[in-house]
Design a protein around this ligand. Structure first.
Ligand SMILES: C[S@@+](CC[C@H](N)C(=O)[O-])C[C@H]1O[C@@H](n2cnc3c(N)ncnc32)[C@H](O)[C@@H]1O
Length: 217
């Protein structure tokens, strides 16, 4: 069984929009198109068996099949999201795939993270989330404080400096912003900072940034 917590005071305009609108088309539109990049994220995070991985803005749990395999039976995924409908999809996926016991789901506003999570993860990941959540910098700071020293932090997101019309439409559909530089705090704070863009021949689109929290900062 999936451990599900929270639910109180989680509701925001965005969580309602994801509950009643986006959750209806999210997996159909996003799952296949992002599968390769999700497996790349897990590779770049160097997840080890037994790790605790905090996945912020967990959504419908599209990362979890890759992460659950990497953490193994001894490891755990903590998934935080404000939308109960998106977490419902994640719970269903975990049950179907048989790794519900590795998953702790928390329904809540990531901007109130300190009230929701006290555990220190070995890895933090956030995918397609910093471009959506308001006040992403404070979400970064709170989650970076939680991360164990020596642990890795990964951000995968879109970055469109001059979005085309089609990209603008996509941005609207997901209540996102076009050019949130979610990689910058990793560049500024982490060791072994690594950044890649895909497709690699353009200067906008999707990126993955990853770095390690130093033992001394
Ligand atoms: C574009 S989806 C990304 C989902 C998932 N990370 C992925 O890669 O597919 C953005 C998610 O952010 C969640 N979200 C938006 N604002 C939030 C907040 N303040 N706190 C927690 N989750 C939030 C939405 O409910 C939604 O599930």
């Amino acid at each position: 069984m999936v451990a599900m917590e929270g639910g109180k005071n989680a509701m925001t305009f965005k969580s309602l929009f994801y509950d009643f609108v986006v959750s209806r088309y999210y997996d159909d539109e996003v799952a296949e198109a992002t599968a390769d990049s999700r497996s790349r994220c897990v590779e770049l995070l160097s997840i080890e068996s037994g790790d605790i991985v905090l996945d912020l803005g967990f959504g419908s749990g599209l990362n979890q099949p890759f992460v659950a395999e990497a953490v193994g039976a001894e490891g755990r995924i903590i998934g935080l999201d404000a939308s109960s409908a998106m977490l419902g999809l994640a719970e269903e996926r975990a049950r179907e795939k048989g790794y519900a016991d590795r998953l702790r789901l928390i329904e809540g506003d990531a901007r109130k993270m300190s009230e929701l999570i006290s555990e220190s993860p070995d890895k933090v990941m956030t995918t397609l989330f910093f471009s959506v959540v308001s006040d992403w910098q404070s979400v970064f700071s709170a989650s970076y404080r939680l991360l164990n020293a020596g642990g890795r932090y990964l951000v995968m997101d879109t970055f469109w400096q001059k979005p085309s019309l089609a990209e603008r439409f996509l941005i609207m559909r997901y209540t996102a912003k076009a050019a949130v530089p979610g990689f910058k705090p990793l560049e500024a704070n982490c060791e072994d900072y690594y950044f890649e863009n895909f497709p690699p021949d353009i200067e906008h689109g999707f990126y993955i940034a990853v770095g390690r929290k130093p033992f001394r900062s």
